[in-house]
Ligand binder design. Structure first.
Ligand code: TYC
Length: 94
């Protein structure tokens, strides 16, 4: 019976994409990146950017491993192309 079947699949390990502060990347660039790659509206993007600026780092979103890795690549590519030292990493949640 469907409702008595043992659950065989566990939910995937999730990864948070953490963005790091630096002294050179413009605030506006970070806000645009958060809107473009993390689907934040301007208000939420600005709040996350300011949190990173003040605390040194902040969580941009939580995703499965491959999606998180893609987000990190997109951010690093965009930052490199624009000549900014913006860094971000993906790390397992918990
Ligand atoms: N600290 C940067 C500045 O004052 C802004 C900044 C915010 C940079 C967040 C990176 O992840 C970052 N221009």
């Amino acid at each position: 019976m469907l409702e008595r079947r043992t659950q065989k699949t566990k939910p995937p390990q999730m990864y948070q994409v953490v963005m790091l502060n630096d002294d050179y990347t413009p605030m506006e660039f970070v806000v645009v990146v958060l809107q473009e790659f993390f689907n934040k509206d301007r208000e939420a993007a600005t709040q996350i950017m300011l949190k990173i600026h003040l605390d040194g780092k902040g969580i941009c979103g939580v995703y499965t491993r491959d999606v998180a890795a893609t987000k990190v690549d997109q951010v690093l590519d965009a930052a490199h192309q624009a000549g900014h030292p913006l860094q971000c990493v993906s790390e397992p949640v918990e």
